[in-house]
Design a protein around this ligand. Structure first.
Ligand code: AHR
Length: 497
């Protein structure tokens, strides 16, 4: 099977904001307790942070991590998580119906982020709380000193402000499952007023307004239009969340689901720009796709968890080979919209629907989805180019005209490097792609990484890594042309210099 692609240095979509490769840690399951934090673990440092986990987070070069929720933030008292650990209250955590010990809170997480070489995207509680708690938390984190909350931070051992730049105004406030769910007007008003107050505390921050919890919500995209009508002048981003699954075990249809993500992105862009027009505004709202991933494997087992335990395993999806292919395509979809999707967060980072898994007290391993995330994060920096693609197509249960070739292209001028990320969705045939690289004279293939597997359901465990890439891809230069050889049912990275 054959496809074609034309690339040019001039076909620029946009500079890629590195925050596109962000991730997410929620106080949920074993993400914090048993994931990033496990005092007594053989690799734990003096703060109790697992070094083996930090090493993998650094390997992924995660630029920003959303924290502390998620659903959890909507009933969270941030004050419970600061100050001497022995005084911190144990609370009923309502989102996941567990006990929160508060042994990790804002300051510990900032310490962890520093060690993991990442920034924090902090969420405030707009479920049970509002303007006051949000502005106090911001004062505690970012104000230099000489006021009640900033001096309290100093008293807690943090002389310098944390200077957190990016803030989420609540989480999924349209969701019936959310503690303190709001109507679009209620949320829009509250978010606008909270944003105003927060900007008065620290004008340098960036704010993310909650979009719909997912594109299947009955109020999507009216929620976006109504809330932005209130928040437009006070926020910088609107959030998107979406999770995918292969519930009907239909691989061809599953691999096409990145098209759904792309539709979702396009609709949110249109809605933002409609409000821009309505307001005669010069300002453009960008997109923060701050929860995205595959999530469905663990749904059944999560129903059996006893309430009010401490850090039980929750949302521990074990990812398959085909999940990794979809994750690669989801990243491609965002890169193709790098002009508007400026931030994103793979949800989540450790143990909870995550690329990194740990055994409490034991080792750490990479799930299948680690690999496309790793390569795209590490090599997908620079400008996103718009490849002109001609590919044969197929129809699946929910999609028509699905191109077998799914791709994104990144040019890193500093490193003089051209990187093509490509999924071959064909389950039986190799895809041979004629790639016109006219403006990249002299560029040659330095590496062609392939993720392939005979078994769509192959998984990784601590003992056995069945899904891992090799770099024996067979792409080659042919005169001024590049021939990309994409094995059947595979994810690929072709790197040229
Ligand atoms: O990431 C898991 C959960 O999914 C988050 O807490 C919530 O925001 C979303 O519904």
């Amino acid at each position: 099977t054959k496809a074609k692609m034309a690339l040019d240095k001039e076909f620029v979509i946009s500079e890629i904001d590195p925050r596109l490769y962000g991730s997410f840690i929620e106080h949920l399951g074993r993400a914090v307790y048993g994931g990033v934090y496990e005092p007594g673990h053989p690799t734990a440092d003096e703060h109790g942070f697992r070094q083996d986990v930090i090493d993998l987070v650094k390997e992924l070069q995660v630029p920003i991590v959303r924290y502390p929720g998620g659903n959890m933030v909507s009933a969270y008292n941030w004050e419970d998580g600061v100050g001497p650990k022995e005084n911190r209250p144990r609370r009923l955590e309502l989102a996941w119906r567990v006990i929160e010990t508060n042994q990790v809170g804002t300051n510990e997480f900032m310490d962890w982020a520093k060690k993991a070489n990442t920034e924090v995207m902090m969420a405030v509680n707009l479920g049970t709380r509002g303007i006051d708690a949000a502005r106090n938390l911001l004062e505690y984190c970012n104000h230099p000193g000489g006021t009640y909350w900033s001096d309290l931070r100093k008293e807690h051992g943090y002389k310098d402000p944390h200077n957190i730049k990016t803030w989420c105004l609540g989480n999924e406030m349209d969701g019936p499952w959310q503690v303190g769910q709001k109507t679009a007007h209620e949320y829009g008003r509250l978010a606008a007023e909270t944003a105003k107050a927060m900007r008065l505390v620290d004008p340098s921050i960036e704010l993310v307004s909650c979009g719909s919890s997912n594109s299947d919500m009955p109020t999507f995209p009216e929620w976006e239009a109504t809330t932005l009508d209130h928040t437009y002048d006070y926020v910088d981003f609107i959030s998107l969340h979406q999770y995918y699954g292969n519930r009907s075990n239909d691989t061809a249809n599953y691999l096409a689901k990145s098209m759904d993500m792309e539709n979702f992105i396009q609709t949110v862009i249109s809605t933002c720009d409609y409000i821009k027009a309505k307001k005669r505004s010069k300002k453009t709202i960008n997109l923060s796709f701050d929860e995205w991933n595959v999530w469905f494997h663990s749904n059944q087992q999560d129903k059996e968890i006893e309430p009010w335990s401490i850090a039980p395993p929750q949302l521990e999806d074990v990812y398959t080979f085909e999940d990794a292919l979809l994750v690669g395509s989801l990243l491609n979809a965002m890169l193709r919209h790098a002009d508007r999707v400026k931030m994103a967060a793979m949800a989540q980072l450790v143990n909870v629907i995550a690329p990194i898994m740990t055994e409490t007290g034991g080792g750490v391993w990479k799930q299948s989805i680690f690999y496309p995330y790793y390569y795209t994060s590490v090599y997908g920096r620079g400008v996103a180019l718009n490849p002109v693609v001609t590919s044969p197509k197929y129809d699946s249960k929910d999609f028509t005209d699905v191109p077998y070739l799914d791709s994104s292209v990144v040019y890193n001028e500093e490193k003089e490097e051209l990187v093509i990320f490509a999924t071959n969705r064909h389950l039986e045939n190799t895809l041979s792609v004629d790639i016109d690289i006219r403006s990249f004279e002299g560029f040659e293939v330095v590496e062609h990484v392939v993720l392939e597997n005979e078994d769509a359901k192959a998984i990784n465990t601590l003992q056995n890594e069945q899904v891992k890439p090799h770099n024996k891809g067979e792409s080659y230069n042919d005169g001024g042309k590049l021939v990309g050889i994409l094995p059947k049912f595979s994810w690929n990275m072709i790197r040229l210099k």
